[in-house]
Design a protein around this ligand. Sequence first.
Ligand SMILES: Nc1ncnc2c1ncn2[C@@H]1O[C@H](COP(=O)(O)OP(=O)(O)O)[C@@H](O)[C@H]1O
Ligand SMILES: [Mg+2]
Length: 274
Amino acid sequence: MFATIPDVDFLPAAKQQRIESFYLIFLMHVFLILVAVFIYRNVRKNYRLTQNLQENQMQLIKNERMITIGKIGANFAHDLKNPLTVIKGSFDILKMKQSQLTEFEEKQCNKIRDAITQIDYLTRDVLEFSQFKEPKKEEISLLDSIRNAIDMIEISDNIKIELPKLYVKIKADKIKLQMLFANMIKNSVESIGEKGHIDFQIDEDSKKARIIIQDSGDGIPLEHTDKIFEPLFTTKQKGTGLGLASCKHIVEQHKGTIQVKTNPTRFIITLPKQ
Ligand SMILES: Nc1ncnc2c1ncn2[C@@H]1O[C@H](COP(=O)(O)OP(=O)(O)O)[C@@H](O)[C@H]1O
Ligand SMILES: [Mg+2]
């Protein structure tokens, strides 16, 4: 009765058109996504480059500053060292001669002695930090070096030091290594306070020696572990923040490594034997 709709050609054409526009939209989306990814990548790359450039610039400025501080500090500390040695020597002689001190005088003398020691440590820190001399290597015993370092620091009888059992020899700068251990021991002593212990361990393989220094002190907060080797970082009222920076510098001059672990505080130093 009714004429049938001649849809034979019409429907596939519409369908095809729909498919084509779908593809077109799909391709446009893909294209837009690709453009977005491309732009994002470039922006990110540029951002990273700018950030690296800024970091490098900051590092350069920081290095310049450190060199200047180092130079001024070195001259200052060097000039301070001689009069300080005179004060220290004269004070010891006077104290030895004066055997009958009252309690008050004894207290004052101890205060002077502590102040002299403090200035002595400060000048040593600054001098060591500002020394950029290359290490003069000779064969040394690590145990002797640690023993000499212990003699440089005032340590209370209540702090026990466990020395390594192994007698290991390496080629290193005698003075620099002594300064390295002295700085480590001084930090441990300051962290321990009244009573505690510092344990040294040494082990070796054919190429390198490893020294582990562990103490029973306060410990280092985890968020400080990245910063403690940076020059001028200190958590102490009278600290210079130069001790560990010097230690790192000495270790790196010897092509070694220094790491810190917390709870308990443990410093791990590796030094090549040659
Ligand atoms: N054995 C240690 N125990 C706890 N904290 C330590 C120890 N050694 C270093 N530190 C931390 O690292 C900081 C930097 O040490 P250092 O460079 O020697 O400078 P300073 O002793 O003058 O503060 C210290 O102020 C302290 O917070
Ligand atoms: Mg220190």
